[in-house]
Design a protein around this ligand. Sequence first.
Ligand SMILES: [Zn+2]
Length: 199
Amino acid sequence: MPLFEYKCPSCGKTTLLDPLGECANILKSGQKCGFRFPLVAGSGNSKVREKMEKHTTPQSGLMTSDYSWIDDKASYPLYQIDAAKSGSLHLDQKMNYLFLWQTPVGENHFAKIIYANDCSVSGVSGVVLPLNSKLQNMHIHFSNYESHFVEIAPQSDQIIIQEPNAAHPLEYWVLSGQEPIFFLFPSSQLSGVPPSPSV
Ligand SMILES: [Zn+2]
């Protein structure tokens, strides 16, 4: 299961969050912070709830960008948690961000997407959880597997995803063991060496 080393919005300090767990940082009061991954146990700020609303509302007609949704609102948080805990790490080479990828029902379609270029609607099979947002804003959308997706680490690898921090203020790092296996500038340039498939 990936661990998220991100700044906790609740206690303000870096946390190492298991997507099913709670921020273990101890507050001045002596109590545990307890922040939970968005949408676990009903948590989630207004931005995440807005995204959940968006991606559970069908669309048609002209769109300015691709737009994906599921019809069942109650499933959205479940897909989100599942992607956070069981997704495999990928890089979107076109948009240049890291994300977790999960196919809840294999090749089968469970969601829909409308493409902006031709207004066509297609079934989709995958969940995308982009990692380039603040911890409290993490949310999923839906997609088919695109040619610009590259797997960085399989689901079985124990990885730690670090957002930019004091040690590497411009880059996301992904740690497997003690070494960064991959890192990425959030702007445009790719840096570091993607791991070999055996890593
Ligand atoms: Zn915290």
